[in-house]
Design a protein around this ligand. Structure first.
Ligand SMILES: [Mn+2]
Length: 375
């Protein structure tokens, strides 16, 4: 390497240096000094607050879009990821708000519902009071009043239901990301069914379609199959942030093959265990994730809506996945948001793909009411 100091290398280095905007550090120092002087007045050790230096990204752990969003944030800003599912989302926020070292927080691919939005706003207000910079990036259906409130609090909101969260992260922070980031975003767009949207389509176009499809799919199977191994999911975030292709991460394809086998078994189980109502197919899942089964429930039931639900014993709830076919004309995310809230749970999401948390005794009522509302 040292011998081949060609003109090309020099050019590249120059480009890189000019591309990245210089970080304004002096301004921050002045602020710190002022804080120190203020702290001196109150002498006691207790009041010496720790410097806020931490960058944290809270993102969705259950799919490629959430994991990829976390990876892109990590590439752009460093810091650590906290990966959560919907039932664990508020708990994670309640924890980070207590972190006295937190400087900036990114929240990605985590939609809000009627149940969670008020508490979310309260936590955002506390964070902003503590001068934590907060960026909320999401593409799920969102109450416009919540957007207004967030903007009032000076939370940076990047919200667009027309692209997946990773694509939104990519387009917002493009200048801080490398070329490979567009591939990660394209994979996320594929797995969120949003690769035909304006930006998603452009990103996918950069790469060979089959190459992107197999990468996105293998990545998804590794994410879905490692939901109970948070360290592995964080490792995936790191590797993707480090510009690795899914096939460069050891054993991903072998693992995907195992998952494919399990899914094939799931087809047989759904055929046997699925039940139908007039407008939907539904099934309780016991030994796999509900989100992995729900497409089969919809497809094999011949209905335009499929519901799969799995008990979360520790929480006394059912985690519910709902999918709509192309012929489904209602906005499932909006319907499920209202219905789940009425039943003491929470939920929401996209028009044809959404989820809910339903108290255990209310699951049957949820399904019958949903069946009535989607005719
Ligand atoms: Mn998403």
């Amino acid at each position: 390497m040292a011998v081949s100091k060609t003109k090309k290398t020099t050019k590249k280095t120059t480009k890189k240096t000019t591309k990245k905007p210089a970080v304004k550090k002096p301004a921050k120092k002045t602020v710190k000094k002022t804080t120190k002087t203020a702290a001196k007045k109150t002498t006691a050790k207790k009041t010496a607050k720790p410097k806020r230096t931490k960058v944290i990204c809270i993102s969705h752990k259950e799919d490629c879009d959430g994991i990829s969003s976390a990876a892109l944030i990590r590439q752009a800003f460093g810091g650590d990821a906290i990966l959560v599912d919907y039932p664990g989302q508020m708990e994670a926020l309640q924890q980070v708000v207590l972190d006295e070292k937190l400087k900036s927080l990114y929240i990605c691919d985590l939609g809000l519902s009627k149940k969670t939005q008020d508490e979310f706003l309260e936590i955002m207000a506390t964070l902003r009071k503590n001068k934590v910079s907060v960026t909320y990036i999401d593409h799920h259906d969102l109450d416009p009043n919540v957007v207004k409130e967030l903007k009032k609090l000076k939370v940076k909101v990047v919200h667009d239901i027309n692209e997946c969260a990773s694509v939104l992260v990519y387009s917002t922070f493009k200048s801080k990301l490398n070329d490979h980031a567009s591939f990660i975003a394209a994979c996320a767009a594929i797995t969120d069914y949003m690769e035909t949207r304006p930006i998603g389509a452009k990103l996918l176009q950069i790469y060979d379609r089959q190459f992107a499809l197999i990468s996105a799919t293998v990545l998804t199977y590794n994410i879905v199959g490692h939901q109970k191994e948070p360290d592995y999911l964080l490792y995936l975030v790191e590797e993707l942030a480090d510009s690795k292709f899914p096939h460069e991460i050891p054993n991903t394809f072998e693992f995907a093959q195992i998952q494919v086998g399990k899914l094939a078994e799931m087809i047989a189980k759904v055929k046997k265990g699925m039940k139908t109502m007039k407008n939907l197919g539904y099934m309780e899942i016991v030994d796999a994730g509900a989100s992995g089964a729900v497409n089969f429930v919809m497809g094999l039931s011949g209905k335009d809506v499929g519901v799969a639900y799995k008990e979360r014993v520790d929480h006394g709830i059912y985690a519910v996945s709902v999918r709509g076919s192309k012929d489904c004309k209602v906005h499932l995310g909006k319907i499920v948001n209202v219905l789940a809230t009425d039943l003491g749970g929470s939920g929401g999401g996209h028009d044809k793909a959404c989820g809910a948390v339903i108290p255990k005794p209310k699951i049957k009522k949820f399904i019958t009411e949903l069946n009535k509302k989607i005719k």
